[in-house]
Structure formats: C-alpha cells, structure tokens
Design a protein around this ligand. Structure first.
Ligand code: TNX
Length: 523
C-alpha cells in the first residue's frame, strides 16, 4: 500500500517536472556559462560532470518543498533563507504561475541508502533536482548548491538580477562519517553566540561533529544541577586570570539544537581523571593529588587527578554523565583521559574501566584521548589519537574505532608560522599546507577509522575573532580531508579553491589568517 502511494507520488512529481518544462518556454540566458567542474567547491565532490548550460536563479525561482517530510522541509527553508541573504532575492516556496525555474528537494527511498549523507545535484536549464535518502544528505547538498551561486548577479535582464548556476551533475558522498572539530571552552570561555557563529561556518564546509571540551584545570563550563558548586566556584576562572563563564543546561541545549539544525552532532567532554583542578576546587572531596587546592589560571597541566579509589568520585561522575547525557542527543560521551601524569598507572586503568561502565549505563559510547587504549576498555569505545602511534596500534589491536587528530597536522591551536599572533608551538608550526597535506585514510586500517577531528585548544585565544584566526583557513582543508577521497585531493588545486573562499569568509565577517601560501582572490 505505502509502496503504491510512493510510486504514485513520485510519478506526480515527474509529471510536474515534465509539465513545467513543457509549458514554460525554456528561458535562454545569454551569459557566458561557467564550466561546473571549474567552480571552487570545498570539499571537492566525488563526481562532477559539466553540461555547459545554466540554471537562472532569480525572483521567479521557486523551491519545491515536500510538505509531508518535516526534516526535508527544514532543509528547504534553510536554503531559501541562505539564498535570500546571499542574493537579496527570496525564492518562492510554492510553485505558481510566475515560477520560471524550480529547485526540487527530493527525498528518495532508493538513493544511496548505505551512506546517509550522500546526495545528487542535477542542475538543468530550468530546474535543479537535489536527491538524497536523508534530510542530512539534502542538507549537505544544499551547502554545495550555495557554493555554486555566483557572488554577484551575472547580469540584469529587464531590471531582473539573475545568478546563473552552471549546469551539470554532481554525485557526492563523504569518505568518513565523522568529520569534526573540537573547541576548548575551558581554557577560555566562548559564548553561545560565538559557538553558533562557528557552527554556521563549519556547516558550510560539511563538518558534522562539534566536540566541546567542557572542563579542565582552569575552569568548569557546564551547569550540573546535583553539584552546583562546579559552576558557583569552578566556572569563575580561565587562563590568564580573566573571568570565566559557563553554559546553563538550557544554553547548552540551545547549542545542541542549533548544531542539530545544521546537521552537526555535539560531543560533550568532561576531562578526567587529570585536568580536574576546577572540579576538585569546587568539591575538594574529589581531589587525589594530596595538594592544597587553589584556583589555577596558568597553562601548564598534568598536576591534577581525581581520587580514583573513592566511591564519592564515582557517584559524582555518575551524576555528571547522567545529567549531561540527558541533554545530549548524540551517541557519544568523551571522558578525556589525557595527560594524567600524577595518577598511578593501576589507578588510571581502574578509573577508565569504571567510567566506561558509567558512560555505557547512561546509553552512550565512550570516547577518550589515545591514552585510554592502555586500559581494559572494550572494542566499542573510541580512541582519539592526538600524539601516540603506539597507543593507536594498541587501540587497533583491541578492535577499537579511531578518531584521528595528529597534532602535527590537525591541531588548530598551533601557530601557522613565526608571524602568528596566537597559538602554541610544542609540535612546531602548522602552516596551511601542512594542515592539508596528510592522508588520514592511510594512517591506520580504514575499517578502524571513524573519522578525523581538528582540535582548537584555547590557551592563547579569548575572543571569537582570535578563534577564527586560528581555525580559518585550516579547518576548511580539514573538512575536505574528512569528506573527499585522496584521489580527488591535491594541494595545488585545493589552494586555488581556497583562495576563492575569501569572499564567503569576508561576507560572514570571519577573521581568517590570509596565509601568504595562498593567492587570495580579490573581490
Ligand atoms: C595537549 S591534546 C592537550 C591539551 C592542551 C594542548 C595544547 C590533549 C589531549 N591534551 O590539554 O590544551 O595540548 O596544544
């Protein structure tokens, strides 16, 4: 029965397409057409075929929205909003008599079911058909479409501005299902508005994971209702002695919802058993390093630890994981686990195994920095590799999945070069080409690689503009590494496409570092 309704539905859509293309005399647009395969798209799609025509986007364009599927409808509304903020024309949301060109957002039951983010974009001279199995796939396709809209109207026909989108066929899907970035809001706090702005730009490049580092020695950043002193005391500080801050649970949910609307999953991280000075300062019962607790606002870490043999500590962790998991729809919980230099080895192993059970009891899958591979974790937990190849190999032997964040390529907090105003240098400089020129798919057996993540630690940055300076443009290359297969990637070609991002970044007031390695386009 359902199948029959679906077949009829698709048949009606097909008839509509045929009908509109028959009754409307196809508009002949006399602009020089761009070759679709020459447009600067990042990440570069899997397949692009140019057909050397053009789709006229103007005030007579409509977006055909399937009203029965709310998630696809949201994608259509998102596209309408972005078109109107970029061009000033608002596409019609219903096909009517004045419609001359139509963008179909087309849910398909059969299209690439195995890859929920796959999409196809067929650009014809009077219609664009965006097809995908899921709304997430459609959302990714919308980002590609946004990148195809020329920055300026190609011309004006009888006072009608027209943006010509080059015609052709794009078939696309990501190589990794996890393409993330981590933001450290513990060393310096960033407001909900800052995080939302970051999400806007990340989603344009098809990043789909935002990992929030919510606690560290210098500050605790998330309201936990059963342990209120974490925010009353632990949130007050940050690096350098300025005033910290925290998200209420409502504010955290606002970030999670905003990310979800951009098809981005949020992963919360509570770093432990080390990196816990702010938590122990709030509740000294948790402390395991035997030292007098003081607020900490410097950068060096590795001195703090929870008392891993105390029941109260596990009661505390259970409450934190429970409250945070309840407001986190994504499947993961990150427990940190790095640089626990003053936790005895046996205590560390005991601790990680107990916390793994707590995380699983709250319905989440555990992620930890690569050190956790040296404990009895089970194969469902995930190791985030930042430093140690040895730990990576141990994790692979255990059958664990990996998130790759090798500092020498993926760390967004490293200085680009000697001119960088912000950033650290412990792994050396990470210029824009070094950030791009590595091959994650060759680092470990592909079956073990869940994906990649570029961390942005915030010891040296405290404003959104400084955040942007370190993140952009390196995160854009990282987005391509996560999405596009190595056969499609090439620095010389990427560099030209990156140069063209200047206009988008400028329009969105993003303070990127104009690296001299790139010949930035002039407007
Ligand atoms: C190492 S990467 C850390 C962080 C620092 C970062 C600075 C990792 C798991 N731990 O605590 O902020 O270096 O680059």
């Amino acid at each position: 029965m359902w199948l029959r309704i679906k077949i009829i539905y698709h048949f009606i859509i097909l008839l509509c397409v045929l009908f509109t293309s028959c009754i409307k005399k196809e508009r002949v647009i006399n602009f020089p057409h761009t070759d679709l395969s020459e447009v600067s798209i990042i990440p570069i799609p899997l397949e692009i075929k140019a057909t050397y025509g053009g789709f006229p986007l103007d005030k007579y364009t409509a977006i055909h929205i399937d009203e029965t599927k709310t998630d696809f409808k949201q994608v259509g509304l998102f596209l309408a909003e972005k078109i109107s903020s970029q061009t000033g024309v608002s596409p019609q949301l219903k096909v009517n008599d004045s419609t001359e060109s139509i963008i179909y957002i087309n849910p398909s039951d059969t299209f690439d079911k195995d890859n929920p983010e796959a999409y196809r974009l067929e650009i014809l001279n009077d219609s664009i058909i965006l097809t995908s199995h899921t709304a997430t796939g459609a959302f990714r396709g919308v980002q590609t479409l946004r990148q195809l809209i020329p920055n300026k109207a190609n011309d004006t026909l009888a006072k009608n501005d027209i943006w010509v989108i080059p015609s052709g066929d794009i078939i696309d899907a990501p190589q990794f299902k996890h393409r993330g970035t981590m933001l450290d809001v513990a060393r310096h706090f960033f407001s909900v508005e800052d995080v939302k702005k970051y999400i806007d730009i990340l989603s344009y490049y098809k990043i789909n994971v935002l990992h929030l580092h919510l606690s560290d020695d210098q500050g605790w950043r998330i309201e936990i209702k059963s342990w209120p002193k974490l925010t009353e005391i632990g949130s007050l500080t940050e690096v350098g002695g300025t005033k910290g801050g925290f998200y209420t649970q409502d504010e955290y949910s606002e970030i999670v919802d905003y990310a979800a609307a951009h098809h981005i999953t949020v992963i919360p991280e509570i770093d432990m058993p080390g990196h816990t000075n702010a938590a122990s300062l709030s509740y000294p019962v948790l402390n395991g390093n035997g030292k007098t607790l003081k607020p900490y606002t410097k950068m060096r870490v590795g001195f703090s630890t929870f008392d891993t043999r105390k029941d109260t500590v596990y009661q505390f962790i259970d409450d934190v994981v429970r409250e945070l998991s309840a407001i986190t729809p994504g499947p993961y919980f990150h427990i940190g686990g790095d640089e626990s230099h003053v936790t005895k080895k046996a205590d560390y192993i005991y601790f990680v195994n107990k916390v793994e059970t707590i995380v699983q009891n709250h319905g989440k899958r555990m992620i930890g920095w690569d050190e956790i591979a040296n404990t009895g974790v089970d194969s469902t937990s995930i190791a985030q590799i930042w430093r140690s190849e040895k730990n990576m190999n141990t994790a692979v032997k255990k059958g664990m999945k990996l998130i790759l964040s090798p500092a020498e390529h993926a760390y967004l907090d490293m200085k680009y070069d000697a001119s960088s105003k912000f950033g650290l240098t412990w792994v050396g400089f990470v210029p824009v080409d070094v950030a791009y020129n590595w091959t994650p798919e060759d680092k470990a057996p592909k079956a073990n690689i869940l994906g990649i993540e570029a961390p942005l630690w915030s010891e040296t940055i405290s404003t959104i503009s400084e955040l942007e300076y370190l993140a952009f443009p390196r995160i854009i290359g990282h987005a391509e590494l996560g999405w596009s297969i190595k056969e499609r990637r090439n620095w010389e070609n990427y560099k030209k496409r990156l140069a063209d991002q200047h206009i988008f970044l400028k329009r969105n007031n993003v303070n990127y570092y104009a690296s001299p390695l790139v010949d930035w386009a002039k407007e």
